[in-house]
Design a protein around this ligand. Structure first.
Ligand SMILES: [Zn+2]
Length: 267
């Protein structure tokens, strides 16, 4: 129990960091300078104003100096990360799956921040996540598994690339962002499993090992549909960021892999 509280707190700290990354990097701002400050009066935050969740609640969401209301997004993303880290630990314990869940959770949060705000998925988190997944796969399952997973990643990337191209032709505008297509590589990498291999042909093996990724791709469209319809009805703007739905679908499929496999193998 102590451990899970600790991991929740760790998650909120990471969430706070991701918010800084997700709001500064897209604007080409440095992560280190300027130090965290109030965006209204530029007052630099002291250490007790920087504690995730706690500071926001103690200060009642206001700047200590100018009393301006602070964005609720801080609180939201800190809580979001804390809960996802906590659930990862609860579901998997300390294991290979736990670390993968942490990587996917972190990526999901970052994509939520940057894609909803700026319609953008940053390259660096995709790159760092891929590296971490590769290291984990190597440590737990060895070099062959890494090789196989990278092939599955490339396969997913190519599938999304083709879907994007077809979409662009059909709708006469960019259907999938470059970030979505790059994210498909991480999906294929993280979700692939060589235990599914049932034949010796490399192409069929990759296809077979990528089945879970394909389910996640299909599931993401189900997740995005209500949002797309709502934004169409409300006529906000018809640009729907797809990244958050791709990322949450990947995370949900990873968390409930057994259930998704069961449903999938029925047909
Ligand atoms: Zn202020």
């Amino acid at each position: 129990m102590f451990c899970s509280i600790y991991i929740f707190i760790l998650g909120t700290i990471f969430g706070s960091f991701f918010y800084v990354v997700g709001t500064r990097l897209p604007n080409n701002e440095s992560l280190l300078r300027p130090r965290s400050h109030c965006t209204y009066c530029n007052h630099f935050l002291k250490w007790f104003e920087l504690i995730p969740l706690f500071s926001y609640l103690i200060l009642r969401g206001k700047c200590l100096k100018c009393n301006h209301k602070l964005s609720k997004e801080y609180l939201l993303y800190e809580l979001f990360a804390g809960v996802l880290f906590f659930l990862s630990y609860l579901k998997f314990g300390v294991s290979y799956e736990f670390f993968i869940a942490l990587i996917l959770s972190s990526l999901t949060i970052l994509i939520f921040i940057t894609d909803f705000k700026y319609m953008l998925i940053l390259d660096s988190p995709l790159l760092i996540s891929s590296l971490f997944v590769i290291i984990l796969k190597y440590l737990y399952y060895g070099a062959n598994e890494v090789f196989f997973s990278v092939l599955c990643g490339v396969f997913s990337f190519l599938i999304m690339l083709v879907i994007g191209k077809i979409g662009t032709i059909l709708f006469k505008k960019e259907a999938l962002g470059g970030g979505d297509i790059k994210f498909a590589f991480v999906m294929g990498l993280a979700l692939s499993q060589s235990k599914f291999i049932f034949n010796s042909s490399i192409l069929l093996s990759v296809f077979s090992g990528s089945r879970i990724t394909l389910i996640a791709l299909v599931f993401s469209t189900f997740l995005a549909l209500p949002y797309a319809i709502a934004s169409m009805l409300l006529k906000k703007d018809n640009e729907v960021p797809f990244g958050p739905f791709l990322a949450s679908s990947t995370l949900i499929v990873f968390f409930f892999l057994e259930k998704f496999k069961y449903i999938f193998f029925l047909f």
